[in-house]
Write a protein that binds this ligand. Structure first.
Ligand SMILES: *[C@@H]1O[C@H](CO)[C@@H](O)[C@H](O)[C@H]1NC(C)=O
Ligand SMILES: *[C@@H]1O[C@H](CO)[C@@H](O)[C@H](O)[C@H]1NC(C)=O
Ligand SMILES: *[C@@H]1O[C@H](CO)[C@@H](O)[C@H](O)[C@H]1NC(C)=O
Ligand SMILES: *[C@@H]1O[C@H](CO)[C@@H](O)[C@H](O)[C@H]1NC(C)=O
Ligand SMILES: *[C@@H]1O[C@H](CO)[C@@H](O)[C@H](O)[C@H]1NC(C)=O
Ligand SMILES: *[C@@H]1O[C@H](CO)[C@@H](O)[C@H](O)[C@H]1NC(C)=O
Length: 449
């Protein structure tokens, strides 16, 4: 009888938004942000002499850059794993989200291209769309022939790709390009580029395939070769007689280093035009995303505990789960911002397919302060691992939210990103010229009096 009662209560909790708080001792889970990379895909382009051009790729709608069935599966699997961690189920780690989709609790934001949109759809299918998940035909989806039982469509929101400075690291942003050009003129990058080890790899490749690349486009080669080894491993070796595992690894190593430089990771601080180039690069790449996330956490805290009565509190009070369905570079942007990218770069240079970083907002109900826990899903098939303690300033699995707030603050762009992207001069030159104008105005003023 007790058991029946308990079951009924549990069931109604699982359905409603009134799930009891998730506790870990005195800690209470308040909100989860996830940034993930799409799954396995076709190359987005390739080098001209590649025997595998666009018509070699037929899956996922066909052509460049499409999510493959394997990629869809990887996100289905991740979605199931996320259900096991966050959704109210028999053996979930945290009974945090209702077992049946409740629109007030979550928001999914994808970058505006096919593979991230389809990844988000696939992930939601694993998280909320299976037949035995407790949803009801006629309420959660149509009770109709032809509709897959249990499939609950979940809205995936998106924004214009070219101006998506939060999710797309290739957005239209002249400042990022300007800074990268400066970085390439630094002694560190020049010395690296001109070193025998690096030149020999790039020169050899250029002579083999008769093409040259800018450093920022070099990824095209290892990316295509990586995917061709998955889909055309034998043919690749027959058609590109120069391909060897050893040479491929050298190409990858060069590319990994370019990747790090693009995110401002230098051996020594690079100062040019009175700017810390590494910091400025990271501000443009990670700043908008980190601040978007931290702002939302702060809103949640203010609305829940700070007595805020702002208009958006109604929405944010219900919101528990926010997703960014994005790219390797987006996941990397979070890891670099937190200084833990080395976890993503072993054994490969960047976050792998369906890599996901989860930022959990927890409240300490004893000291009434906010904390976070950082969890990483390295690749398909792996479990989540807690990485908070690797972040500078963090001791254990829970870390003061102040650390995250400081990271976001340090990376906050000086102006809103749409405007900041158009600034292609150093702010010190800018302020010098402004003060010069002021002095001039003062002098003119003085003499005209
Ligand atoms: C329980 O959790 C394990 C591991 O997290 C998972 O493999 C399994 O499918 C779950 N069982 C149910 C009934 O959800
Ligand atoms: C996405 O799909 C549309 C329509 O099928 C296609 O025109 C477009 O090229 C695709 N874009 C990307 C980036 O995958
Ligand atoms: C950067 O530091 C690493 C490790 O100390 C070293 O192997 C590498 O050569 C350095 N690179 C440059 C360009 O100085
Ligand atoms: C190399 O590329 C150039 C420019 O694309 C082209 O004009 C030339 O014919 C190519 N040479 C060979 C040997 O393919
Ligand atoms: C491709 O083939 C090579 C050797 O023939 C093998 O070592 C490698 O693991 C294969 N790669 C993949 C992705 O299957
Ligand atoms: C929560 O706050 C209490 C009281 O300050 C403190 O002793 C405890 O370590 C905190 N717990 C965590 C996980 O930070």
């Amino acid at each position: 009888m007790f058991r029946v009662l308990f079951f009924t209560i549990a069931w109604s909790w699982a359905y409603g938004a009134n799930i009891p708080p998730v506790r870990d001792g005195v800690m209470e889970l308040k909100m989860v942000h996830i940034v993930w990379r799409h799954g396995d895909r076709s190359p987005t382009t390739t080098f001209k002499a590649d025997p595998f051009q666009e018509d070699a790729w037929t899956f996922g709608g066909g052509g460049w850059g499409q999510l493959s069935p394997m990629g869809m599966y990887q996100h289905l699997a991740l979605g199931k794993k996320l259900r096991n961690r966050y959704v109210y189920t028999v053996n979930s780690t945290y009974n945090f989200l209702p077992s049946v989709y409740d629109q007030k609790t979550m928001y999914v934001r994808s970058t505006g291209i096919n593979r991230t949109l389809v990844s988000a759809t696939s992930n939601m299918l694993g998280m909320y769309g299976q037949d035995d998940y407790g949803s009801t035909a006629g309420t959660d989806y149509p009770d109709a022939k032809g509709w897959p039982r249990g499939f609950v469509p979940i809205p995936i929101h998106t924004v214009d790709y070219d101006s998506d400075h939060i999710g797309n690291m290739d957005s239209n942003c002249p400042r990022r390009e300007w800074l990268w050009n400066l970085a390439q003129q630094s002694d560190e990058v020049k010395n690296w580029r001109n070193s025998a080890a690096v030149s020999s790899v790039i020169d050899k490749l250029t002579s083999l395939v008769n093409e040259t690349w800018s450093l920022e486009d070099f990824w095209i080669v290892p990316d295509a070769l990586f995917i061709e080894q998955i889909y055309y491993n034998e043919t690749l070796r027959k058609k590109n007689l120069w391909f060897t595992d050893d040479f491929y690894n050298q190409i990858v190593a060069v590319n990994d280093q370019i990747y790090m430089y693009e995110y401002g990771i230098f051996n020594k601080t690079v100062t040019m035009q009175n700017m810390n180039i590494g910091l400025e690069l990271l501000k443009v790449r990670s700043g908008p995303l980190m601040n978007d996330m931290v702002d939302r956490i702060n809103r949640k805290s203010d609305c829940t505990y700070g007595g805020s009565k702002a208009d958006d509190c109604n929405w944010i009070n219900g919101l528990k789960y926010f997703v960014y369905s994005a790219h390797d570079e987006t996941v990397y942007a979070v890891l670099v911002a937190l200084g833990i990218e080395r976890f993503a770069i072993i054994p490969h240079g960047y976050p792998l397919y369906s890599a996901a970083v989860s930022v959990e907002y927890w409240r300490n109900t004893t000291d009434n302060n906010d904390y976070f826990k950082l969890v990483y899903h390295k690749q398909s098939g792996d479990d989540f691992s807690v990485m908070t303690s690797e972040i500078e300033g963090c001791g254990g699995d829970y870390c003061s939210m102040d650390v995250l707030i400081q990271v976001a603050k340090r990376l906050k762009t000086d102006q809103p990103i749409d405007q900041w992207c158009l600034v292609t001069e150093s702010s010190s030159t800018h302020s010098i010229s402004i003060s010069f104008v002021f002095i001039l105005a003062a002098i003119i003023n003085y003499f005209s009096l």
